[in-house]
Write a new protein. Sequence first.
Length: 428
Amino acid sequence: MWWVLTAIAAEPELPVVTLEEAVSASATAPAVRASSAGIGEAEARRSAVASGRGPVLAVSGSVNVWNGPYEIAFALPGSTGDVPPLVVREQVTGSLAARVVAPLTEQWATDARVKAAAAGVDAAEDASEAAVLDARQEATDAWYAALEADGQLEIARARIETLEARVRAAEVALQAGTAARNDVLKAELALAGARQQALQLEVARDAARGRLGLAMGNGGLPVRPAEGPTEPPPVIEDAAPLVALALEHRPELDALRARIRAADASATAASRDRLPRVDAVATWLHTEGQGAFAQRDAGFVGASLDWPVWTWGARTSAVDAARAGTDQLRARLEAAEAGVSLEVRTRVDALGAAVAGFEVASRSVEQAEENLRIQELMRAGGTSTMTELLDADTALIEARSRTAAALDEAWRARAALEHAIGTELEAR
């Protein structure tokens, strides 16, 4: 008993979290934050593409210092005085130009690119939702795993207390002459094995608590789960409605659908790129130091045409490649939908099996308790051996351990099913 109390006293105080708190905290996990940043990236890309709809203003200028002014001196016929030279270019010259280009026909391709970028934002949002669901599932599974580890260790420590009592009873019986030394040794061996198992379970418990902390986004600091449910979740009889629900709510499927929309729009943009590009142009030019014959301010408006008539099929190939990519995504969506349907049906079966396993394990506890009661009576009457009594102890502990593990496994199966359909079935 002293060994168990020492181990319990040495345990540090850890934060206790409920399942809801663990799931809520998982929103701060690194994977969730990274997916959220992906939404901002996609939105910025959409804004950059949409800016191609408006006119572009470009300003350029230059200042040049020459080795001297460029002047031409000449005399006029009949002139009697000096004629000032004609300045063709001053020593310092400069120019400033402003150009506005407004796309006209390019708007058609830009509209398609904007649609593709908008679908990219949808895909990023769906990917972020999938990351949130994954984080919630990991936190849920880690919480139940930590709960199971706590329960297994508690059962192991209860077994130690029972075996310590067996050892003391065997020693008393040995002194009274009603038991053999071999009975004491058997009880002590069983106690040593139980203590060794408890040490191993402590390591597993600490690892499970660290995993729970990691799933909650605290960097792996251990936390302790609160008390869990005492009854298994209900069994799902019909998987068909859940399959339909999964096909509607799974964010991975929505992300693929958004990527298909983006690929369709990109193919449309690539096709429209084959059309002639016509832009409206307005230019203003100001010059300094260019002499008497230069116009200081000038400007014009007009239009420009750019049409690569022959590119050796490069643009047509780009369209074909974009359409082939869309076909690939559609095939991937079809395969993903089939995989989701199979996953949901499998999870429903796993939940049913886990609940059935819990019911079987629960009945075995009652049987093991009755067997132990009989063995204790027989031992008291001298008709049972220490080995048979210890075997009954072991059978009861194993039955309780299987029952606790089966209960947690049933709820983990329920959580896995919810993850498979992409939404909660009902309030826990």
